[in-house]
Design a protein around this ligand. Structure first.
Ligand code: ADP
Ligand code: MG
Length: 282
């Protein structure tokens, strides 16, 4: 099948020694009525073009805060985020965001939700080409027969497909996904993982993806590396875990591989060692 052929392509590596994304000594603090609140500090991470990185950690450890700093929505108290060597000064069309709650415009159809985004970002592209781009991504996520429906007329999984197709359609270099599948049931979530990888393959695995999740199995299946956070406040990176599983990955098969089991057990121990079974006996 055509998809399988595409799935065999090698992942791009660092070109000319340049990292796609560099987070250097990042500290983010908020002014609160009780004074300064340090959400994260000492965050250091280098990412290659085309890598898929997950950030995993307990609620409130600053995962969204880090993504927002990369998105240019929050200014660091210290340190910086470099994208292709340039410091982030604010939001830009080189970064596409997908949030847990779809963020579709309710009065626009599936088609129009994607078209409006493409129209506002890809300024130099002709109207005809824009239409082709929108059709291409709607087809890629299997929504051709639903394209004239409103968000209220489609399921949660479909809405998230639209949000992801829209993020890819504006052709950003970076995709920032904040718990994109968190609101979906397990089966829908599983098919969304495949959709996401299909879109990434369609663009020759050139897009760099940073995804926040608290789902260990999702993180292993999708990622090249997993950034495990310590608990907040003043959270930082506890460890960066490599996922040494070849792509394409088959969810059913990898679950039995020793490398998968080792990685999963290691992640569980990194995330759970503060929680004792005795806590449940109280
Ligand atoms: N605008 C803000 N003002 C004050 N505190 C904030 C703000 N945004 C986030 N925080 C705090 O920073 C910490 C990290 O938040 P967040 O990044 O949303 O965590 P996560 O996404 O890992 O659940 C939390 O303690 C949260 O309450
Ligand atoms: Mg969050």
């Amino acid at each position: 099948m055509e998809n399988n052929l595409v799935l065999e392509m090698p992942s791009p590596t660092v070109k000319n020694g340049e990292w796609s994304m560099q987070i250097r000594n990042l500290k983010i603090a908020f002014d609160t009525p009780k004074g300064e609140f340090v959400a994260v500090k000492n965050i250091n991470l280098n990412v290659k073009q085309g890598e898929i990185i997950s950030i995993i950690g307990h609620s409130g450890c600053g995962k969204s805060t880090i993504l927002n700093a990369i998105g240019g929505f929050i200014k660091p108290a210290k340190g910086e985020v470099l994208l292709s060597g340039q410091p982030v000064k604010g939001p830009g069309p080189d970064r596409g965001f997908v949030f847990q709650h779809y963020s579709l415009l309710p009065w626009f159809s599936v088609y129009k939700n994607i078209f409006e985004a493409v129209d506002s970002v890809l300024k130099k592209v002709s109207k005809e080409e824009k239409k082709q781009i929108v059709e291409r991504y709607i087809n890629a996520v299997g929504l051709a027969s639903h394209k004239h429906k409103l968000p209220s007329e489609i399921s949660g999984g479909m809405k998230q497909r639209v949000a992801i197709a829209r993020a890819f359609a504006i052709n950003p270099k970076y995709l920032l996904l904040d718990e994109p599948f968190g609101a979906l049931d397990a089966l829908t979530k599983s098919s969304m993982h495949i959709e996401l990888l299909k879109l990434w393959n369609m663009d020759n695995r050139s897009k760099t993806i940073l995804m926040v999740t608290h789902d260990i199995e999702e993180a292993i299946f999708l990622s090249d590396r997993i950034v495990v956070m310590t608990n907040g406040p003043a959270a930082t990176i506890r460890e960066i875990v490599e996922v040494n599983l070849q792509r394409p990955r088959n969810k059913k098969e990898i679950a039995h591989e020793p490398e998968y089991i080792r990685t999963r057990d290691h992640l569980i121990s990194l995330l759970m060692d503060k929680v004792s079974i005795l806590d449940y006996k109280k």
